[in-house]
Design a protein around this ligand. Structure first.
Ligand code: AMP
Length: 576
């Protein structure tokens, strides 16, 4: 079992794949998101999450928040975040330990492995510090994935189409980044990323709080904390309401605060702040070399993207409706969980759906099945082969698309059939390329191209190549095992028969042309007899042996035939 963890600046979350589904795990209060806050008591006590935040009212200097900003630096939290003398790794490890505890409590078993997400812009030191924090928490960090990649995974964008380009706009509490990703066949590549590690929802809280305190004069640190808390609450309300009245009774012991803030006022307040993020978007797009019209999707993550003004600005910049189908606070943890599930095999059910349950191929000469894509190939996939004409001057080639495990075409299922027009050419000289392509949805497309004419036929096989009834797959596979011996012998017979059909007329010609020496004649004639007998008996192994015998008996004569033909050609050229 592998946990998926979003170790966020303001909030963190943990998930696991349960019965094939990624789920986030809730703590004792039923909350799936815990604040990334740690309280270090004077006597060594430690509290994490909401409990730590509650301590802020009475012991603000010993509560550490936003430690993620200091990861990978030598900073101790003395300087940066209070007076607790801990390294950023150590503080983070307490959060990770709490997530591990919640997960183990929910699952009822110990878990040691985890996938942890990091911002795409994190450097080596920051990544190493994150890994170290995991180790300190007793976790084996099996993979660190970029946050935008995790978000794209949770939106299922890896399955959208063969190649897609996605922008992930992540505006959290303290940081912002925009990442442009290219996803091809399930592989994620970061094309560009640009951000601001000092831009986030906290800024808005400070702006609202400053507006609230305007004209109030000096206030204590603790009262300022209270104002910021109320500012944050008001901001959240304004994401769904037009107006909010903020009340703080007796904030300094005798006077009370009351003021009304409207959505419009907030929008004006944050205009500049939002345009800072849009500036980063512009830079990231420039670096990626793409235009906004090249993007298939724009995904929003991070709690601050709940603000309507943010959504509107992003949609306007990208000229696209933004994808908000996922919970912005949960998308990253969910993506990490999916990654963990894939790595542990817990999501193999999903992966299994993505392989071809049965082989796909074509009927070739003699009614044989020629496999192009073997069963259990991961989709999407593409494979092809070259074929030639079976007869002189053949005008058409019929292509039968088959599915199944049997050696003979007739025993497999026909998925489709079409004809390709051909240039009239001597036998064996035409070149026809056939390509099979299965997309992520399991739809098979067959392309046949005659190389000399460049004529294409593209056929979409409507019945899905992947969604085959389980029972039917089982029956096909077991019948292929059951008939393995006969099938193989049928294939050997057919291949030997094709060889014999080619050899027999050639031998006749050699004999007629008098190219056979006396001592060879007896052996050739007896081999021919044996071949004909084996065909009549329908005996695979005897036919194979007889054709091989005939082949070697005529080897010397065939060489003479070639030599004679060359001499004749030369004489013709020289005009003799
Ligand atoms: P994150 O770091 O992704 O957890 O984002 C946290 C930030 O999102 C904090 O600044 C929150 O105040 C902010 N946030 C959460 N919910 C809302 C909401 N409904 N409206 C506006 N901001 C929100």
């Amino acid at each position: 079992m592998i946990l998926g963890i979003d170790l966020g600046t303001t909030h963190s979350a943990v998930g696991v794949v349960d019965s094939g589904f990624p789920i986030l795990l809730a703590d004792e209060d039923g909350k799936r998101i815990i604040p990334s806050a740690v309280w270090f008591g004077k006597n060594g006590e430690i509290e994490v999450g909401r409990k730590a935040l509650r301590r802020r009212a009475v012991d603000p200097s010993r509560v550490v928040t936003s430690v993620k900003r200091w990861m990978g630096t030598e900073e101790t939290t003395d300087v940066a975040l209070g007076n607790v003398g801990r390294s950023p790794e150590e503080v983070s490890s307490k959060i990770l330990k709490e997530l591990k505890r919640i997960a183990e409590w929910r699952i009822g078993a110990e878990v040691e492995k985890a996938v942890i997400t990091v911002p795409a812009y994190f450097n080596d030191a920051q990544r190493a510090a994150t890994k170290k924090a995991g180790e300190l928490a007793g976790l084996d960090v099996v993979r660190m994935i970029n946050e935008p990649t995790a978000a794209a995974l949770s939106y299922g964008l890896d399955k959208m189409k063969e190649r897609s380009r996605v922008a992930v706009y992540d505006l959290g509490g303290g940081t912002f980044d925009l990442t442009v990703l290219e996803i091809e066949d399930g592989v994620f590549q970061v094309l560009s990323t640009h951000g601001d590690t000092r831009l986030g929802g906290d800024d808005v809280d400070r702006m609202i709080s400053a507006w609230m305190r305007d004209g109030l004069g000096e206030i204590s640190h603790d009262v300022a904390v209270k104002f910021t808390e109320e500012a944050e609450r008001a901001k959240r309300v304004l994401s769904s309401e037009d107006e909010v009245t903020i009340r703080i009774p007796f904030y300094d012991g005798f006077s009370s605060f009351e003021k009304t803030l409207s959505r419009g006022m907030l929008d004006t307040m944050v205009k500049e702040w939002i345009s800072k993020s849009i500036k980063c978007c512009r830079q990231a797009m420039l670096d990626s070399g793409l235009g906004v019209e090249d993007l298939d999707s724009v995904v929003l993550v991070g709690g601050s993207t709940r603000m309507p003004a943010v959504r509107d600005a992003v949609a306007e910049f990208f000229k696209k409706e933004v994808d908000v189908t996922q919970h912005p606070d949960e998308a990253i943890a969910l993506g990490a969980t999916i990654q963990g599930g894939v790595m542990s095999g817990a999501m193999s059910k999903m992966v299994l759906l993505d392989v071809t349950p049965l082989s796909l191929g074509l009927e070739t000469f003699g009614g044989l099945m020629n496999v192009i894509i073997p069963r259990n190939t991961t989709i999407p996939c593409k494979a092809g082969e070259m074929f030639t004409n079976a007869a002189d001057g053949q005008e058409k080639m019929s292509v039968r698309v088959l599915q199944g495990e049997r050696e003979m075409a007739k025993d497999n299922w026909e998925l489709g059939k079409f004809e390709l027009e051909m240039e009239k050419l001597p036998k064996g000289q035409a070149r026809v390329g056939v390509q099979f392509k299965i997309d992520a949805d399991g739809i098979l497309e067959v392309l046949a191209r005659e190389i000399s004419t460049g004529k294409d036929v593209i056929v979409h096989i409507q019945s899905s190549a992947v969604n085959v009834d389980d029972a039917a797959v089982e029956e096909m596979v077991s019948s292929s095992v059951e008939h393995a011996f006969e099938d193989m012998s049928e294939r050997i017979f057919t291949e030997a028969k094709m060889k014999a059909d080619e050899l027999l007329p050639a031998v006749e010609m050699i004999l007629a042309q008098g190219l056979v020496e006396n001592e060879e004649r007896a052996e050739i004639e007896s081999s021919v007899k044996e071949v004909k007998l084996a065909i009549a008996d329908h005996s695979a192994n005897s036919l194979k042996a007889a054709t091989q015998r005939l082949d070697s008996a005529t080897e010397a004569a065939a060489a003479r035939l070639v030599e004679k033909a060359m001499e004749e050609a030369l004489a013709k050229q020289l005009g003799i």
